[in-house]
Design a protein around this ligand. Structure first.
Ligand code: GDP
Length: 297
């Protein structure tokens, strides 16, 4: 197991200041430990560097009272800075779904958990907000993916748009909109095709669907265990398609959560939800405190 940051810093400060204010030297030494902790949590190097700069500024000269040790004081400063960086504006779980039927576009690479997340969010909207949701799969390359969504829909009691063979994604998106309007649905979710890597066709297809559907939310689903790759994927999707938020899946795994910090720092996009397992209820609103705790160990 990793030694956590508090333990590391206690060791450092035992050798340094005992009280008063944190000196520049104390802080510099402590920052080496903070940097190791961040890198072990899979925070990318440039993000770790920037983050440390910000913390260094705040920590130098910070008062250390009798009630806390210098190590605890630095951990608190790091913790607060983490929360500040991770927190987006407003409630991450509040999806913009006024003016029914509200389109939600789901994008991401194949295997990221996009279809599972689409169903999880649909169930959440139904159960928690009493919304009528229609889901449609646009993955015309993979009939199995379309069927998977229909199976999940039946399992959670959410309607899916009937599959029509030979239809292209834009036509399916239009049909979903019509069906959602006529059927009195509050929300319709478009589960776009994923691929193993981002390519021009994938982006062109998602952009065409976006232009037709004019989604209220475009949620990018990324595998939280893929670290820096997840951040690169997010950056590219946001540049080309424009996303309103990120869902990090597989956060039930043993990753230390650093991808969340890199994601937020580099893309500037809010993390809205985290996936915590394969079951349909295994999704939660993103909580910065939880990730900060994981990163600090
Ligand atoms: P898609 O290709 O992006 O649509 O991916 P799927 O939704 O089919 O998911 C791929 C696999 O990942 C499935 O076996 C899911 O059950 C699993 N999965 C999705 N989200 C999570 C998650 O948050 N945690 C875990 N452990 N597994 C997940």
């Amino acid at each position: 197991m990793f030694e956590n940051l508090s333990e590391r810093l206690s060791g450092v400060f035992d050798r340094l200041t005992k009280q008063g204010a944190l000196s520049e030297d104390d802080v510099r030494t402590a920052m080496r430990e903070v940097r190791v902790a961040l890198l072990e949590a899979d925070v990318s190097l440039p993000v770790a560097r920037e983050f440390i700069k910000a913390v260094e500024k705040k920590a130098t000269g910070a008062a250390v009272t009798k009630s806390v040790t210098p190590g605890q004081q630095v951990v608190k400063i790091v913790h607060d800075e983490l929360i500040g960086t991770l927190r987006g504006e407003g409630d991450p779980g509040a999806l913009k779904i006024d003016n029914p039927p509200a389109p939600i576009l789901m994008v991401g690479l194949q295997g990221s958990g996009k279809t599972t997340t689409t169903a999880k969010l649909a169930k959440r909207l139904k159960d928690r907000e009493g919304k009528r949701v229609l889901m449609a799969s646009l993955d015309t390359n993979r009939p199995a993916a379309m069927e998977q969504l229909a199976i999940l829909g039946a399992q959670i009691g959410v309607d899916t748009l009937p599959i029509v063979k030979g239809e292209d994604p834009v036509a399916i998106a239009k049909r979903a909109k019509t069906q959602a309007s006529l059927g009195g649905y509050d929300v319709y979710m478009l589960d776009t095709a994923g691929r193993l890597h981002i390519d021009a066709e994938l982006i062109a297809q998602a952009a065409a669907v976006r232009d037709v559907a004019k989604p209220r939310e475009t949620l990018l689903v990324v595998d939280g265990l893929t670290g820096q790759d997840a951040v690169n994927v997010a950056q590219e999707f946001d540049d080309k398609i424009g996303v309103t938020g990120v869902v990090l899946t597989r956060m039930d795994g043993d990753g230390r959560g650093g991808a969340a910090l890199s994601m937020r720092a580099i893309t500037g996009k809010p993390i809205r939800f985290v996936g915590l397992g394969e079951k349909m209820d295994a999704i939660e609103t993103f909580e910065p405190e939880r990730i900060a705790g994981r990163i600090l160990g």
